[in-house]
Design a protein around this ligand. Structure first.
Ligand code: FAD
Length: 470
């Protein structure tokens, strides 16, 4: 493993959050950026729908309200405000990095909408927005001589004196070699938890490692039971990652149909509401999917805006121009995570968390579509700037102490460690859910709120939410 004994900053994760943090850290700092698999095996590359932006000041209240409503008003209003206010700068940053968004013939930016949005405020690049953003950011990071990128290298632990973070334990996924490395700061950008669920749109390698490591060291986590189910993934009996049929398809007019070819819900409600309606319909019909009909959208629009979806459906045997495609809900996004503030600071000094792995409260109970790339980028940049502005190197003693506490033998059994970490997260999900239910029973604000009591369909959705290893 070509890794030194010491770095200034170690970033675990090379999705939108990890890459943006690397871009905004000072150029005179030595940075190590590791990712568990290849650089493209990050959910950021999969984002289809787009990225939200506050288009004009007059949209502020509506955008704020849409985000809060989708999150069942459990969002942190201050964090939401930071996200809205930072959105235009973020889009400008992306454009400077070479990101291209879809435009009309006159060269004006095009906007689309998804469920839960009251107006068109989502920028997109066909149905490959995430690939466009992440690959441009990756190209920028590769140009930085102060950033050492190490793919197929996992963060498997942090070094700590029990109070502050002093470095990382890393494993080379190709050779199995384990190494401890001191660092002034560690940034967790390890993405979501989809790999812990049987059916998910996420890369299988995303197993909540950052959250598990924090749980192991008593670093505070938040809302770990808040997991989003996406209403429309392409139905298949095959194993592996579920293919997402983007919500912007419904935003452009596609409709959901039951087995009898009848509409049964408002397709533009927030994700949890639409998922629950689909589960209810499936239950009623005794079927394992419903249908999504794209024939309500002009064919030229479908070809132009959704080329990847058309192609993938064709590969599975469905011509979207002549038949509705079977769809089913699946795990999609993790609203909970490592508790962090608006600058990515966690409960442990020198340890930061950004992107899907953190919970800064922006999404509340349920994420509004196309808010996550934006959130990942904004708060990763803020974390990088916070580190830059308050930089304090580790003392010589702390560095030595950190390395002395490390014993390579503790990490030799890869399978046992993966199981231990997976179980830590799953147990915390159960604990968090039980605590919430207890609070609700005692008259707290949890699920007793109007419209939030799970019916049979909600129960089924809840069962789906329970992680089950493959
Ligand atoms: C199919 C799909 C479509 C989506 N569409 C949209 C959309 O249209 N708009 C939107 O805003 N959001 C969308 N999202 C959500 C969005 O893509 C993610 O929430 C966001 O990109 C998360 O970025 P991230 O950097 O936190 O994580 P990721 O991009 O998932 O990156 C995580 C990184 O962490 C690495 N990693 C994991 N564990 C370790 C470890 N132990 N050690 C080292 N590295 C590790 C991974 O290898 C990866 O590099 C979509 C998600 C999916 C799955």
């Amino acid at each position: 493993m070509e890794i030194c004994d010491r770095y200034d900053v170690i970033i675990a994760g090379a999705g939108a959050a990890g890459l943006n943090a690397a871009l905004f850290l000072p150029r005179n700092k030595r940075i190590l950026l590791v990712c568990k698999e290849g650089p493209k095996s990050a959910d950021s590359y999969l984002a289809q729908g787009g990225i939200c932006v506050l288009r004009w000041d007059g949209d502020h209240d509506a955008y704020f309200e849409d985000t809060m409503r989708a999150g069942h008003y459990e969002n942190d209003p201050l964090t939401v405000e930071y996200m809205l206010r930072g959105s235009r700068e973020t889009i400008a940053d992306l454009m400077c990095a070479g990101v291209r968004f879809s435009r009309d013939k006159e060269g004006e930016l095009l906007y689309t909408r998804e469920g839960g949005h009251s107006v068109l405020r989502i920028l997109y690049h066909d149905d490959r927005t995430g690939r466009e953003i992440a690959s441009r950011l990756y190209a920028q990071v590769r140009r930085l001589s102060n950033v050492h990128i190490c793919p197929y290298t996992s963060l498997i632990d942090i070094l700590t004196d029990g109070e502050e973070c002093e470095g990382a334990v890393l494993r080379d996924e190709k050779t199995g070699e384990v190494k401890a490395t001191a660092a002034d700061y560690v940034i967790l950008a390890t993405g979501g938890v989809g790999g812990l669920f049987r059916f998910s749109t996420n890369y299988r390698g995303l197993t909540g490692d950052g959250v598990a490591i924090c749980l192991k060291h008593g670093v505070q986590v938040k809302d770990v039971d808040y997991v989003q189910i996406h209403p429309t993934t392409l139905y298949t009996k095959k194993r592996g990652r579920r293919f997402l049929v983007s919500e912007s398809v419904r935003g452009e007019g596609a409709v959901l149909l039951n087995g009898a070819g009848k509409r049964f819900t408002d397709e533009l409600k927030p994700r949890d509401v639409v998922s629950a309606a689909i589960y209810a319909e499936m239950e009623k019909e005794g079927s394992d999917h419903v249908f999504l009909d794209l024939r309500t959208i002009p064919p030229e629009k479908v070809r132009e805006h959704f080329p990847s979806i058309v192609r993938r459906c064709a590969q599975e045997g469905y011509d979207v121009f002549s038949v509705p495609v079977p769809v089913v809900p699946a795990q999609h996004y993790f609203m909970g995570g490592v508790k962090s503030d608006v600058d990515g600071r966690t409960g442990m000094p020198r340890l930061y968390a950004v992107g899907e792995t953190c919970c800064n409260g922006v999404h509340g109970k349920n994420r509004l579509a196309s808010n996550s790339l934006l959130e990942s980028l904004i708060f990763a940049k803020r974390a990088a700037l916070r580190i830059a502005n308050t930089y304090q190197p580790l003392g010589e003693n702390a560095q030595k102490r950190a390395m002395q506490g490390f014993d390579e033998r503790d990490y030799r059994d890869e399978r046992a460690l993966a199981e231990e970490y997976g179980n830590l997260v799953k147990e915390e999900m159960k604990r968090s859910k039980a605590a919430r239910e207890k609070q609700a029973e005692a008259g707290g604000n949890g699920q007793k709120e109007a419209g939030m009591q799970p019916g049979p369909a909600g129960q089924r959705a809840a069962e789906e939410r329970n992680p089950a290893a493959e």
